[in-house]
Structures are given as structure tokens and as C-alpha cells.
Design a protein around this ligand. Structure first.
Ligand SMILES: NC(=O)C1=CN([C@@H]2O[C@H](COP(=O)(O)OP(=O)(O)OC[C@H]3O[C@@H](n4cnc5c(N)ncnc54)[C@H](OP(=O)(O)O)[C@@H]3O)[C@@H](O)[C@H]2O)C=CC1
Ligand SMILES: O=C(O)[C@@H]1CCC=N1
Length: 275
């Protein structure tokens, strides 16, 4: 019987880099049901490794070359500047059916493929940190030697961490500027809203609770998808009321334009990282 291409089955998944993003994907995969004995965390930093080993009972290794022979799916989750070193260590250990998944910002498929043996199946992915709570947004772009079945395997590694979308690689820098970096913009908004509450005399813990719950409530309404952000915003804005007064301040200070510029600049930075 043909194997379901989306079933990870007994494949071992190695994460090269167990930092903020690599560990978020690892945790989602293990808590999603993939056996910890079939997950290997590799990190140059001992305490990061010890933390995932103790909490999730995954296998660990301090060098990529130690883990690569045992893995079928290789998730490269080190900083862009460290990617070449990891690929050099794993290349000779790749089997015919293996898959390499890179989450490094900006590093193009062509560079990944050039650094690996010819014909290696590679997928470039841009995830985000809400993966840790199963609400991630990951966009994947398959490489030239990546079959639809292998691409589905990459999607299966990411699925426990949230939403997965496939797009052509030309969009990956824009994706990085929006959903890759985006959680940081939202946390920045959370900080700013709480600061406004404190400015107006609320105790700090109360201001923080109000800011966080407001973001969660608004995000949940957006996620329900019944109305657009514009309709939802208009529903809060009574004519001549408080919200219009607040929004006018944001417009006066070009906050909307600043967010647009932030996404653009982060996307440009992603492209720069790949050069
Ligand atoms: N953070 C995020 O929100 C997102 C990050 N990404 C991408 O994910 C990648 C990792 O980012 P992030 O998790 O934030 O980075 P971190 O610095 O948190 O994690 C990277 C880890 O890799 C370790 N490391 C360095 N070299 C090696 C090596 N050769 N073998 C094994 N481990 C190594 C680092 O150790 P040491 O510190 O000792 O060098 C560090 O612990 C980046 O390429 C980034 O672009 C993508 C989407 C979102
Ligand atoms: O800041 C960065 O470079 C990484 C990529 C996207 C989010 N964090």
C-alpha cells in the first residue's frame, strides 16, 4: 500500500539549532505526538540542549555530523551565517529519501542546494514563534529537486505548530517581513498599550492584563474571519467618540505608515541576509 505522504511515520527529525525558533518547532512536533525518541536536537550551546532533553526527552547531540546519519528530515535552524557550516557537516550523510528544511531568514534555495550534494530535496521555510503554542504561521517554498510528496513531508513537520502555506520562493522575503518578524511588532504594541495605561494612572499589572486581553480578544475576532479588520475597527469607533479620537492620534503620528515601512524594511533585510 502506498504511504500517505503526509505521515511522518517512523522518520527521525533532526533540528540543527535548538534556540528560539528551532526549539519552538521541536516542542510543537513532540507535543503534537511525534515520538521524542525520533527527534534529535543539535546545538552548540550546552544549556539549550539540556533544557529540551530534560523537558521533552528528545535525543541530543552537540555536532550536526553526529545526528545526521540517524535522521531522515534535517531542519536547519541556526542563524543565517551558521547555515553553511551545518550543511557542510550533514551533506555527506544525506540518504536518497532525506529532506532538508531550512528556516534561516533570507538564505535562498539556490544557496542551500549549491551547498548540498546534487539532487538533494530542500525546502525553504519561514515560520514564526507562536509555533510554540500551536498558533504559528509557516510559509514553505519547495526547491528544484523537491517532489510534492517530500514537500508534504515538510508540511507535516510544521503542521503541529500551526498554519502552513506553500508559496513560490519569490515571496519569502515579504513573508519574513510580515509573519516572520510580525510577532515582535505585536509584542511591541502590547508594551506600548500597557505603557499608555500606566501613563493614565493604572497600576502596571492591571495595565498589562488589559493590554494582553485586548490583543487576544481582537485577534480571536479576526481569526473567526466573519468580518474584516476594517469592519471590526469601525464597529469600535462611535461617531465623535473616544476611539476616533485615539485613532486620529495614531494617524497624526503616521503609525499605519510606520508599520508598512517596518514590514518593507524587514523584508529588505531578509534579502540582504541572503547575499
Ligand atoms: N526567532 C524567530 O522568531 C525566527 C527565526 N528564524 C530563523 O531561525 C534561525 C534561528 O533563529 P533563532 O532560533 O532566533 O536563533 P538562536 O540564536 O536562538 O538559536 C540558534 C542556536 O543555534 C546554535 N548554533 C550555532 N551554530 C551551530 C551549529 N553549527 N550547530 C548546532 N547549533 C548551532 C546557537 O548556539 P550559540 O548561541 O552558541 O551560537 C543557538 O543556540 C535563524 O536562521 C532565523 O533567521 C525564522 C523565523 C522566525
Ligand atoms: O529577526 C530575524 O532575523 C528572525 C527572522 C524572522 C524573525 N526573526
Amino acid at each position: 500500500m502506498a504511504e500517505d505522504p503526509q505521515d511522518l511515520g517512523t522518520r527521525t527529525v533532526a533540528f540543527y539549532g535548538a534556540g528560539a525558533m528551532g526549539s519552538a518547532l521541536l516542542v510543537a512536533l513532540v507535543t503534537g505526538g511525534h515520538p521524542a525518541s525520533q527527534v534529535i536536537a543539535v546545538d552548540a550551546h550546552g544549556p539549550a540542549l539540556e533544557r529540551v532533553r530534560q523537558r521533552y526527552a528528545v535525543r541530543t547531540a552537540s555536532r550536526a555530523a553526529e545526528a545526521a546519519p540517524d535522521a531522515a528530515i534535517h531542519v536547519v535552524a541556526v542563524k543565517p551565517a551558521d547555515v553553511a557550516g551545518v550543511l557542510a557537516e550533514i551533506g555527506e550523510h544525506l540518504g536518497e529519501d532525506d529532506l532538508v528544511v531550512s528556516i534561516a531568514a533570507g538564505v535562498p534555495l539556490a544557496a542551500l542546494e549549491d551547498a548540498l550534494p546534487e539532487g538533494a530535496a530542500v525546502v525553504r521555510v519561514m515560520p514564526n514563534t507562536p509555533a510554540l503554542v500551536g498558533e504559528g504561521m509557516a510559509v514553505l517554498a519547495p526547491g528544484s529537486a523537491c517532489s510534492p510528496a517530500r514537500s508534504a513531508l515538510a508540511a507535516a513537520v510544521l503542521a503541529p505548530s500551526g498554519h502552513v502555506l506553500t508559496l513560490p520562493e519569490k515571496h519569502l522575503d515579504a513573508v519574513t517581513g510580515l509573519s516572520g518578524s510580525g510577532p515582535a511588532y505585536v509584542f511591541y504594541v502590547a508594551e506600548a498599550l500597557a505603557e499608555g495605561g500606566v501613563l493614565m494612572g493604572l497600576p502596571r499589572d492591571v495595565a498589562v492584563t488589559l493590554a494582553h486581553q485586548t490583543l487576544l480578544g481582537a485577534a480571536t475576532m479576526l481569526a473567526q474571519g466573519e468580518d474584516s479588520a476594517t469592519v471590526l475597527r469601525e464597529r469600535v469607533s462611535s461617531p465623535g467618540g473616544t476611539t476616533m479620537a485615539g485613532l486620529a492620534e495614531l494617524d497624526d503620528r503616521a503609525v499605519r505608515a510606520a508599520f508598512v515601512a517596518a514590514v518593507r524594511r524587514a523584508a529588505e533585510r531578509s534579502a540582504e541576509l541572503g547575499r
